[in-house]
Design a protein around this ligand. Structure first.
Ligand code: TXA
Ligand code: MG
Length: 314
């Protein structure tokens, strides 16, 4: 159900979650100081309670309500990237609700750039906002995706299709060296350039590291269809399959989507393609792997690789 900003604020203030657009994906927002509202977020998504939430803010001043230490590098990153698709993990203040942080001593903060998100947070206050999908489903990049997962009666502010289409970069700056737990539009080399420090791209979580970013251990972003990589030398002619290609020459039709090296567009459409394939009851989604050149020239392929690998089941 499409709601206005005014209605959304009213709902948030009465402790009800509301979905809203950001520049990355739609978020399921709830008042970051209301434990009852936050519990509803976990229930609606079917989200495990050990997976912490990002607090969405709309000014640098709001950081001080949640974070204790604000390292020099964080100031540089906030100046360069906020508002925008970068989530920073800080040491938390004791009053931050344990429900949000899953008992960790850190809190994730992000100032989204989407105008509707900024207005909502500015007027309603800081909001926790996981992606507005049922846990395990692809993140929503359109209001209709939210409705698909939560039903027609669920309130959503419709801001059209989101621009970036993949979730924000999650960067832990609470400890040295800095670590990227989830790659996104703001890539490693950009962060290194801004901070002047080396950053580690955390690969798969091994058991010892699980508690540092619990969300990364869950399988995510998966449609019903099987997702797999195109094999070397394989011709793209499997029946009832959707091909997502970027370099391979060949036919282009509704089952063969060709991005011609436009990886930003691929990122912005990926989750919608996943969902559409399910609507069309296709059995397989087959994606052309990224070669070394694509990875070097198009840093967004790191984020794409991360999400696709999870959908493949890695
Ligand atoms: O782009 C985005 O970030 C979207 C939009 C709505 O802003 N939100 C989003 O939230 O993707 P969610 O809940 O789906 O993903 C948050 C990720 C999870 O992997 C979670 O484990 C991690 O951030 N996270 C949150 N707080 C953390 C913390 N204190 N330490 C480590 N990881 C944390
Ligand atoms: Mg999510």
């Amino acid at each position: 159900m499409n709601v206005s900003i005014e209605k959304a604020i009213e709902l948030l203030e009465s402790g009800e979650p509301v979905a809203f657009p950001t520049e990355t994906v739609y978020g399921l927002g709830a008042d970051a100081w209301n434990p009852g509202a936050i519990k509803k977020v976990f229930e609606i998504k079917g989200r495990p309670s050990d997976n912490p939430l990002i607090v969405h803010i709309a000014s640098k001043a709001m950081v001080n309500d949640f974070a204790t230490e604000i390292p020099e590098a964080a100031v540089k990153l906030m100046d360069a990237c906020w508002p925008g698709p970068l989530t920073l993990i800080f040491r938390k203040k004791p009053e931050v609700l344990d429900l949000i942080t899953a008992g960790l001593d850190t809190v994730a903060l992000r100032w989204p750039s989407h105008a509707l998100a900024q207005e909502l947070i500015f007027r309603a206050g800081p909001l926790v906002a996981p992606s507005a999908n049922t846990s395990g489903r692809p993140s929503p990049t359109k209001a209709s995706h939210v409705t698909e997962d939560f039903g027609n009666d669920f309130p959503v502010i419709d801001g059209g299709a989101t621009q970036i289409g993949l979730e924000s970069t999650v960067l832990d700056i609470s400890e040295q060296p800095f670590r990227i737990y989830r790659p996104g539009f703001i890539d490693k080399s950009k962060i290194e350039k801004i901070t002047g420090e080396e950053v580690i791209l955390q690969k798969k979580n091994t058991s010892g590291q699980e508690t540092r970013s619990p969300g990364t251990k869950y399988s995510h972003y998966a449609p019903e269809a099987v997702v797999r990589w195109l094999e070397e030398g394989e011709t793209p002619d499997q029946k009832n399959a959707l091909y997502l290609l970027h370099s391979l020459e060949g036919k282009e039709d509704e089952h063969h989507i060709h991005y011609h090296q436009n990886f930003q567009q691929m990122a912005s459409e990926l989750y919608d393609r996943f969902r559409q394939a399910d609507h069309q009851q296709l059995d397989t989604i087959i994606i052309e792997p990224f070669d070394e050149r694509a990875r070097k020239e198009h840093p967004i392929t790191e984020a794409l690789l991360n999400r696709i690998t999870k959908a493949v089941g890695g």
